[in-house]
Design a protein around this ligand. Structure first.
Ligand code: BZD
Length: 832
């Protein structure tokens, strides 16, 4: 308030308020101004990077104007805001999205072309913001887009990693990790050096008693690190609403960086202190769906959570409301268990700092949080060792113990004498050392818990969280099926298809109401439309073929069936089954007569994805793919009938040209293991069909688009336990086709078989945990059906069009509306 301009002077300010460019000329003027002044370059010295920067800065100015307006409007109406806490935001590039959301891309394209540049080339200059691993991080990014597009008052909170997910290089067929330093030039972020929070670690807890005899806990004597805010504007599509993504960066707190040491010449130790502080936000952990339990990761979690909560509470306190109104003003969504400490931290603030009674505080806490679960895989469920937490966050451990005590007491009252139940639901697992089950803490501290697809939400209720359904009742547990933003994943990634659809539907309104796609149904039989449709697919495939040629030297035929599996490499996602299937096809081709070959549909099998650096099996899968590609692509018996490609460094901007270029994509996880999957949605939305298991969102996709427009195969989730049991205790024979594949690998057809022995072992003595052998026959048979179907281009086009027309459900707008209505109780704020 003190920093605002006095009332009588404001007219002057308003007179000179910044304005948005709206014509090509105004846009060009802005670009040239930024190149010449902000960048201090000139028309004699303007390469593509400088031109990109000029364009980005011109659009950034527009975003900022809307961003300021939005923040003022949201503060003025003083309604509830939602805060999305996520350790990952996999944003990808910003410029193209900003131009499209502002509906100014055509103007800008023309504008830069007159200045001597091609927009495609400028867009390519931008580094991906890759602060995430995979689906969970990308979901957070899609949700931010939808929140802004639907005018919801929402902030994202995360960490500003200096290094995002590593860059993947393939060297001699193996993955090599290279650091991703992305902050060299990032026009989209604003350092807020004045917005800082001091965060404490370690130390001890002292009990103090005040004059009224009230005791309270004081946590002190620890090490302090400073959090600095960096803000990025998040524009909505065709609206002024521009929300904020606030990422925290760590540095030594002003008291901590020891000037004494520096002054006395002990530079090294003073620099070490600085580095220790900066390490917290230095690097994104590159593991998805595996919990490693490192102290630095816990530090990251607390650092980010504590800074965010301090900020949220500070904003609430400015409103001058009573604490009882906190959860009317604030909803906090926990993206997986990574921010679960926020529950403990809010309780600590309310009890230790604001001196509320425990129960009153706990009521506020449990009305504020929602928890989204993204996995049932036991190895991915976070557990922190008690001694680790005791040392790093001694007061938080006390609060966790008290929370657990009160919770177990209430369970005991309702289910007397059920010791088993108590030990099953305790937040503390009695292992050695004891560990804290973060998911249990998240459930107990939240109002609602949701899974991310129907099957997944059912599974968590009947398996890992079953006891909590008994205790809290079924209404606490709900489903919000994931979605993807059609702005980035259709309009931006596939502009020609978006335009074709808009021509039929009478404009681009479908981008904001995706159910309008059902208007395409009536054109599914239209031969002209089918031709246009397939022609766009062909051009997208040509573009990918060119990329493959340029980056790998492999020549692929754009008329072949493009079969794509791109996602993190994981045994449960079964890329191994895919490459075994490719080998099987290769062996079949080797035996074919000329006549048989003529009838075969040519295929290009495309793989892409990163393996966690410590995940040896995943790395071996990559090595097998590259080994098979070397053999198959150079075998003259095969020619165009089969090509195998591994796309290096799969990321968001590569997904943007891969999704539009698939005929078939693979979503083939062992049933019951993939919580939802979101690339399945992106591929279908872009007019590709999918081969998949009855898992995650595949099931709902099938329900929406119809069974004959998807290639489903394999066992069901309900069969999995029995099948695993049979592998462990019975005598199971390996599927004969898979046996042949293994024999071929062991013969050395793809190089030293020792390299792949782990993969073979997993199928045999390893008990085939992911049921590759059980599903293999049905997988191969289904691929045969795909081949047959692809031969009839009209029927194929019909399927694709019908599928797209039924994809309206899978927009992230629908998901966000469900969160807003069923979990957050959030109303939009329209910005004038
Ligand atoms: O979340 C993914 C699931 O595996 C997908 O099925 C689902 O569609 C998406 C979105 O809900 N989970 C992840 O991506 N998980 C991680 O990346 C992750 C990262 C760190 C620690 C644990 C998991």
């Amino acid at each position: 308030i003190e920093s605002s301009i006095p009332q009588p002077l404001r007219e002057k300010w308003r007179k000179f308020a910044a304005t948005e460019f709206s014509t090509k000329d105004e846009f060009q003027k802005e670009v040239v101004k930024h190149v010449e002044t902000t960048l201090a370059r000139s028309l004699y010295n303007c390469d593509e990077l400088a031109a990109y920067s000029g364009v980005a800065l011109a659009f950034r100015d527009r975003l900022i104007i809307d961003w300021n307006k939005t923040q003022q409007a949201q503060t003025f109406v003083d309604q509830k805001r939602v805060y999305y806490l996520s350790l990952e935001f996999l944003m990808g590039r910003t410029l193209d999205n900003a131009m499209l959301n502002h509906r100014m891309k055509d103007t800008a394209v023309e504008g830069v072309s007159e200045l001597g540049f091609r927009m495609e080339d400028l867009i390519e200059q931008e580094h991906d913001a890759a602060l995430g691993n995979g689906g969970l991080g990308r979901l957070a990014a899609c949700f931010l887009d939808s929140l802004a597009s639907l005018n919801y008052p929402a902030w994202g909170y995360g960490l500003r990693y200096r290094y995002g997910i590593f860059k993947q290089e393939i060297i001699d067929g193996y993955q090599v990790e290279v650091p991703d330093y992305w902050l060299d030039f990032n026009p989209w972020e604003f350092p807020r050096h004045e917005i800082t929070v001091d965060i404490m670690f370690y130390g001890y807890v002292r009990k103090s008693t005040d004059e009224n005899g009230q005791t309270s806990h004081v946590w002190e004597g620890g090490e302090v690190v400073q959090a600095v805010a960096y803000d990025s504007p998040i524009p909505g599509f065709a609206t002024s609403t521009t929300n904020n993504l606030r990422l925290w960066s760590s540095k030594p707190s002003s008291g901590e960086f020891d000037f004494q040491k520096f002054n006395s010449g002990d530079y090294e130790s003073s620099v070490r202190d600085q580095q220790r502080a900066e390490t917290i936000s230095a690097v994104l952990y590159p593991n998805d769906n595996i919990d490693v339990g490192k102290e630095l990761r816990l530090k990251q979690q607390y650092f980010w959570v504590a800074a965010s909560l301090y900020d949220i509470v500070r904003r609430f306190k400015k409103s001058g409301r009573a604490w009882s109104e906190f959860s009317d003003q604030v909803s906090i969504q926990l993206n997986d268990t990574h921010p679960t400490l926020a529950i403990v931290e809010l309780q600590r603030i309310l009890v230790d700092k604001e001196h509320l009674e425990w129960d009153e505080a706990w009521n506020i806490v449990t009305q504020t949080f929602g928890y989204t679960n993204h996995t049932v895989l036991p190895e991915a469920l976070e557990k922190w060792s008690v001694p680790l937490v005791q040392n790093l966050l001694p007061r938080h451990l006390q609060i966790i113990y008290d929370t657990n005590l009160f919770f177990l007491q209430s369970v005991e009252r309702r289910f007397p004498k059920d010791r088993e139940l108590l030990s099953r639901v305790s937040i503390i697992e009695e292992s050695n050392p004891q560990v804290i089950r973060m998911a249990y803490l998240a459930i107990i501290g939240s109002k609602k818990v949701n899974g991310v697809a129907e099957l997944h939400s059912d599974l968590i209720k009947t398996t890992i969280f079953k006891d909590f359904v008994t205790i809290f009742g079924p209404d606490k547990f709900t489903n919000v099926t994931n979605g993807v933003t059609p702005r980035r994943w259709l309009h931006q990634a596939n502009p020609e298809l978006s335009k074709l659809i808009a021509d039929k539907l009478g404009g681009f309104t479908f981008l904001k109401d995706l159910t309008l796609l059902n208007g395409l149904e009536k054109y599914a039989d239209d031969k002209e439309f089918q031709k246009d449709w397939m022609h766009i697919k062909f051009r997208n495939k040509q573009r990918l073929a060119k990329y493959i040629k340029d980056t790998t030297g492999i020549v692929v035929n754009p008329s072949a069936l493009f079969d794509i599996q791109v996602k993190r490499i994981h045994e449960y996602k079964r890329q191994q089954m895919n490459i075994f299937g490719v080998i099987s096809r290769y062996l079949a081709i080797k035996k074919m007569t000329k006549e048989e070959k003529k009838k075969l549909v040519p295929r290009v099998s495309i793989f892409g994805g990163k393996a966690a650096p410590g995940y040896w099996m995943a790395k071996t899968i990559i090595r097998l793919v590259t080994a098979v590609s070397e053999v198959v692509n150079n075998d003259p018996d095969v020619g165009d009938l089969l090509k195998v490609v591994f796309i290096e460094d799969y990321n968001v901007s590569k997904a943007e040209f891969l999704c539009p270029a698939s005929d078939l994509s693979e979503h083939i996880s062992t049933a019951g293991t993939e919580a939802s999957g979101t690339s399945n949605m992106k591929f279908v939305l872009n007019g590709g069909l999918i081969i998949g298991t009855c898992d995650g969102a595949n099931i709902e996709i099938t329900r929406e688009i119809g069974e004959d427009r998807i290639f489903l195969f394999g066992h069901l989730a309900e069969d999995v336990d029995d099948l695993r049991h049979a592998h462990r205790f019975g005598k199971t024979e390996m599927d004969p086709a898979l046996r042949q594949v293994c024999d071929e690998i062991e013969k050395g057809t793809f190089g030293d078989p020792g390299v792949f022995s782990g993969l073979i072992h997993a199928l045999t003595d390893g008990g085939d945990y992911y049921l590759v052998s059980d599903d293999f026959a049905s997988y191969l048979a289904t691929h045969k059906l795909v081949d047959e179907a692809f031969k009839n281009e009209e029927a194929w086009a019909h399927k694709c069009i019908m599928a797209v027309s039924a994809m309206g459900f899978f927009t992230s707008d629908r998901a966000i509306l469900e969160y807003a209505e069923n979990i957050w109780n959030l109303e939009p704020v329209v910005v004038a």
